[in-house]
Design a protein around this ligand. Structure first.
Ligand code: HEC
Length: 99
């Protein structure tokens, strides 16, 4: 019985995290596509399915203003400036899971 309760709690926590990532991704979808399948403004890489670590590093780099891969780093800085580390992690995991 205990095991079942724990499994349910974990499942609940996981879906909460996923819901958050999905909500946060809404404002990215306009450029990157609903499933992260587009090259944003014809410039960026397709981000769906990229490794979590690369996504996290990129978003943090844009936030810090130190990353500029295709000449549009400042534009991405504006998109992610208000995200905290936990939100960045959720987004990275969500985007990694997109296909
Ligand atoms: C207004 C359009 C736009 C929006 C909205 C936007 N992006 Fe981007 N994104 C871009 C562009 C353009 C680039 C390329 C930036 C550069 O020159 O390095 C990029 C690059 C990226 C990259 C690196 C991809 C690569 O080429 O390696 C990631 C990761 C990323 N964006 C995530 C996000 C996330 C997460 C959000 C939402 C919080 C978001 N973007 C919102 C336009 C956008």
């Amino acid at each position: 019985m205990k095991k079942i309760t724990l499994a349910l709690m974990l499942a609940g926590a996981a879906s909460l995290v996923m819901a958050d990532g999905a909500a946060l991704f809404k404002k990215c979808a306009g450029c990157h596509g609903a499933k992260g399948e587009k090259k944003a403004l014809g410039k960026s890489a397709v981000i769906a399915g990229l490794p979590v670590s690369k996504l996290e590093e990129d978003i943090k780099g844009y936030k810090a203003g130190t990353l500029n891969q295709h000449g549009m780093g400042m534009l991405m800085k504006g998109q992610v400036a208000s995200l905290n580390d936990a939100q960045i992690k959720e987004l990275a995991e969500y985007i990694h899971g997109l296909k």
